[in-house]
Design a protein around this ligand. Structure first.
Ligand code: ATP
Ligand code: MG
Length: 658
């Protein structure tokens, strides 16, 4: 086989179901077919003009920009660079006249405490806290670590940083002391904002105690601001630690927003680490803000009477774009929930939907699969009739999980926006327009206006053959793109641009396009399996397994095989308990035959291992590289403390030995 034919990824899978937008939805949608076509045509005709127009319409500038795109130091692109603005003023101040008394945040703690913050109240809290940061000597450009539970103060802290031009770096509250330390050091942070503890899964997560394990070794940190949330006992270092309530006591609620350049870094966020060492992704104020606003309108069809709930933690990019910034920049009402979906029982999400009258609900496939496994009786207990739009992000969604979300949660009435994007892209890149785009379960559909996504082969040529997968790339820079990897411009170029000589942004994902131009993400390029000369993505085989009624979740990886090059090894979580050893050969044969029937004999797993759970990152993504090591009999050498469920590794290894 020659080099050329080795690069494409073969597709074995075809999904025939199509769901056009319901008439009622399409008629009421903010972006209709005609307007959508206009936007596409406008971007096609004059790419920079298209973005300049959007930036002038959507952002309140302090100094208007004249220069739209500067590509002189590509791939370090600069957008709207001679303009100045303040992101927090765009999220808060500009709504006060019309929406001062409108709820901005509806918060519910895991123990059930509820708190409502109107736009006017949120602005005052942000102002007070911004003044408190100033009083701690924190200034424009300083880096501030936010290590908090999912409480309104996490958003207040992020907005307060934006208000004074400090650069925040949120670290997910479930991360270990070592991960926290690595991020503090990499960012050279001057302050840490944390809490005594947060409620999660029926326990108190002692955040301040985790900080204390490493802060002695982090000389850059001068102050630690501690929110009192869970009331758990904590240690204290005078002179460095200060309670949040003391820091804000007596402070003015008015803090004038600082003008920053469009390209001023708004934040650094480390990626989730599914594929390796996390990267400090740096985003720029104006372009990022613009992306969050447009996608809130286009993809979430956000309206003044909506109650929007994105379940992501602020520790992930999704919690930045669609909790801390996007909804506020659009003047929306949003829900924040502190805890786990299964406390007190598996109905908590649906109870929240009923109680807060949620109309737009955005979550991850991992949550959907987990809640589906727990049974339909939970959603059936609650009134979900206010829901009008659903969304997913984080991984490809298996058509089976999509159908459940659509039928049981959306009751057949709600479009589902499957949004493909990354920490690096800042906001949605490929996603449906819910009032316009017919949906196909498992496809993120088409690129948004102004986003030039493509699928290319190993030489960088567009692949037009509908059944052939390749590299998912973005051909032109876009405003909300990452600007660099913090402190490591070389790694930025190497990771995202070098593969095709800086010609386009390389996402690292594999995808194919179907005959209608719909994109289907096939998994990570690094995870592609090479079986008997065929290159297969992980997504299709996993989807076939999950479509079997016995199976709740599946992950497939390759292990070296003398005959076939690589053999397919599947890790399967059953809907019920794991089959007993004597039952396994029959179950395995059933599933192997099922995969062969569904997508073809070549995709039949050589081996199936049964487990109670899959190893996942803290954001719920399957860690295939760990499974690959287990499948090939190698030991696991890396730190597994960043896993959501490190204990599962032992079970999976023992299972292999059995
Ligand atoms: P790291 O880059 O450190 O390995 P990560 O890629 O998991 O971490 P994120 O930026 O949070 O970190 O995730 C982006 C990735 O998630 C995408 O590259 C893609 O693989 C996957 N993804 C996100 N949304 C979708 C979606 N709707 N469909 C398919 N895949 C998706
Ligand atoms: Mg990634």
């Amino acid at each position: 086989m020659n080099q050329k034919s080795r690069d494409p990824i073969e597709s074995l899978f075809s999904e025939e179901r199509v769901f056009p937008p319901p008439d009622a939805f399409a008629q009421a949608a903010g972006l209709n077919e005609a307007r959508y076509r206009e936007l596409l045509a406008e971007a096609e005709r004059d790419y920079e003009g298209f973005w300049a127009k959007r930036a002038r319409e959507e952002i309140d500038w302090i100094t208007p920009f004249a220069r739209t795109l500067n590509a002189s130091e590509a791939p370090h692109y600069r957008w709207f660079e001679d303009g100045t603005l303040n992101v927090s003023a765009n999220c808060l101040d500009r709504h006060i006249a019309e929406r001062g008394n409108k709820p901005a945040i509806l918060f519910e703690g895991e123990p059930g405490d509820v708190r409502v913050l109107t736009y006017a109240e949120l602005l005052a809290e942000v102002g007070r806290f911004a003044n408190a940061l100033r009083a701690q000597g924190i200034d424009k450009g300083d880096r501030v670590i936010i290590y908090m539970p999912m409480v309104p103060e996490a958003v207040i802290a992020m907005q307060a940083c934006a208000r004074i031009g400090a650069i925040h770096s949120v670290v997910f509250g479930g991360f270990s002391a070592e991960s926290l330390k690595g991020r503090i050091e990499d960012a050279q942070a001057v302050a840490v904002i944390t809490a005594d503890g947060g409620h999660r899964g029926g326990r108190v997560i002692a955040l301040k105690t985790v900080c204390d394990k490493v802060l002695a070794d982090c000389p850059s940190v001068r102050s630690v601001i501690v929110l009192q949330r869970a009331g758990n006992p904590i240690a204290w270092q005078e002179g460095r630690d200060i309670w949040w309530h003391d820091a804000v006591a007596g402070r003015d609620s008015h803090c004038p927003p600082v003008a920053v350049d469009a390209e001023h870094p708004l934040y650094i966020l480390y990626t989730s680490g599914s594929t390796g060492q996390p990267k400090g992704i740096q985003h720029a104020a104006a372009g990022y803000l613009l992306g969050t606003i447009l996608t809130m309108r286009w993809v979430f069809d956000i309206r003044d009477d909506d109650v929007f709930w994105c379940t992501a933690d602020v520790g992930w990019v999704t919690g930045h774009s669609y909790v801390a910034y996007g909804p506020l920049a659009c003047g929306a009402t949003m829900v924040m929930y502190e805890g786990a979906p299964t406390i007190p029982d598996a109905g908590r999400f649906w109870q929240l939907c009923e109680r807060h009258r949620i109309s737009v609900f955005y979550t991850a496939p991992t949550a959907i699969r987990a809640l589906k496994k727990l049974g339909d009786e939970y959603p059936r207990r609650y009134r979900l009739d206010r829901l009008r739009l659903l969304g997913t992000v984080g991984e490809p969604i298996n058509p089976e999980a999509w159908m459940w979300f659509h039928d049981v949660i959306g009751q057949g009435r709600c479009p589902i926006v499957d949004t493909w994007w990354q920490t690096e892209t800042g906001v949605h890149m490929i996603a449906p327009i819910p009032g316009v785009t017919p949906l196909k379960p498992g496809s993120c559909t088409r690129p948004l206006p102004g986003i030039v996504a493509d699928v290319v082969d190993g030489e960088g040529r567009s692949i037009d053959d509908p059944n052939t997968g390749g590299y998912l790339v973005i051909r032109r820079p876009w405003p909300s793109m990452l600007r660099t990897i913090w402190g490591d411009p070389e790694r930025y170029r190497e990771t995202y641009w070098a593969r095709f000589e800086n010609r386009f942004y390389v996402s690292g994902d594999g995808a194919r396009r179907d005959a209608d131009g719909y994109f289907w993400v096939m998994g990570r390029v690094d995870d592609v399996l090479k079986v008997s000369g065929h290159r297969l993505g992980t997504m299709e085989i996993e989807s076939a397994l999950v479509a079997h009624p016995l199976v709740a979740e599946a992950a497939v990886v390759g292990r070296p095989d003398e005959v076939t090059g690589e053999a397919i090894c599947a890790f399967v979580v059953m809907r019920a308990t794991r089959p007993r050893p004597e039952e396994r050969p029959a179950v395995t044969e059933t599933l192997r035959r099922w995969v062969a029937d569904q997508i073809g004999p070549i995709a039949k797993p050589a081996e199936i291992r049964y487990t109670d759970n899959l190893p996942k990152t803290r954001s719920g993504k399957i860690m295939r590289r760990l499974l690959r090591a287990v499948a090939s009999g190698q030991g696991i050498t890396e730190d597994v403390s960043t896993l959501e469920n490190p204990d599962i590794i032992r079970q999976i290894q023992d299972e292999g030995a059995a």
